[in-house]
Design a protein around this ligand. Structure first.
Ligand SMILES: [Zn+2]
Length: 316
């Protein structure tokens, strides 16, 4: 994923530095909602364990043993579900590569589909620094695995829910329109051709939301009404303080769907770790993106908000 405007992050930094106390206070007041009264419960602890298992595969750049390990792990989790493998070969700056998206389908009563998506691979250019992407790739894939645990065996009266695991989100060499988003560009085009896109009521992309210090910016490339709905869901869960205090412009796996008119939202916390001279983007795309930087609580907050968002989408 790429942030399009560098000054937005600097602005976010300034807000963070000068507004340090305010968000903390708001968070403390709102995070103690009575979860016992909640109708839905997402198990962030178990999601965290799945993230650990994906990270245990090691770096997951395309062609690596860790990438194959992560794919096998995913396939094993969904062995008893309706899982589709979407394999394709594509040109990249490092030659032709074969990539694999995975789609896991939980059928609902209605004809519509709600997609929850993540990418699972790590960056090819970072293959020499033991980069494991605990937050960037592992955490969100783990969240989707836990989402399946919630959905499995449940009667879905509303739309079908499809979990999509994208391959090839990251650039192989340097981010551009053609060197990025390989899996999502492939699947969006395929679903455009076969008519599937018309069924998609909402495309909810998750990226980097395991961050212990969760602050999800409102992405200007996403569909406004869908972000509003996510915000409403977060508010109902008592977790509004984690969402949309700042804005950002993000290029990510939602773009091929946005460009085809699918209502899409990228739920992403780009503000990850301390911003230093050497690492202006904090832990993002560094060997510091490890399990100790993410938390089960953040996974619970986002998982719970996604369940409530699905609930609200079905009420529309
Ligand atoms: Zn990334």
């Amino acid at each position: 994923m790429r942030r399009r405007l560098a000054h937005v992050a600097i602005l976010a930094c300034l807000i963070f530095v000068f507004g340090l106390e305010a968000p903390g206070i708001v968070r403390a007041q709102t995070s103690h909602r009575d979860r016992a009264t909640a109708q839905i419960e997402f198990n962030g602890n178990r999601a965290y364990q799945y993230a650990q298992q994906i990270v245990n595969c090691g770096p997951r750049w395309i062609g690596s043993p860790g990438h194959a390990c992560a794919e096998n792990f995913l396939k094993k989790q969904f062995a008893k579900d309706n899982i589709e493998e979407d394999t394709f070969s594509t040109n990249t700056p490092a030659g032709v590569m074969t990539m694999h998206n995975f789609i896991v389908k939980f059928p609902g009563k209605k004809d519509g589909v709600i997609v929850l998506a993540s990418h699972y691979e790590t960056n090819y250019p970072l293959r020499d620094i033991h980069y494991v992407g605990a937050n960037d790739g592992a955490a969100t894939s783990a969240l989707l695995i836990e989402m399946a645990n919630y959905l499995r065996g449940r009667k879905l009266d509303g739309d079908s829910i499809w979990l999509v695991f994208f391959d090839g989100e990251e650039a192989i060499q340097e981010w551009s329109d053609t060197d990025s988003l390989y899996g999502s560009r492939h699947l969006a085009a395929k679903w455009d051709r076969d008519g599937t896109l018309k069924r998609i009521q909402a495309f909810l992309l998750l990226d980097m939301i395991g961050d212990k210090d969760l602050d999800i910016a409102r992405d200007q490339n996403s569909t406004p009404w869908l972000l509003d709905l996510v915000q409403k869901a977060a508010k109902q869960e008592g977790d509004a303080s984690y969402f949309f205090a700042t804005t950002n412009v993000i290029e990510d796996d939602h773009l091929p769907f946005v460009q085809r008119g699918v209502p899409s939202a990228d739920i992403i916390d780009y503000d990850y770790g301390p911003h230093t001279f050497l690492h202006p983007d904090g832990y993002h795309h560094t060997a510091e993106d490890t399990m100790d930087k993410i938390s089960a609580h953040s996974l619970t907050v986002v998982g719970q908000t996604m369940l409530e968002t699905i609930h609200l989408l079905n009420q529309r």
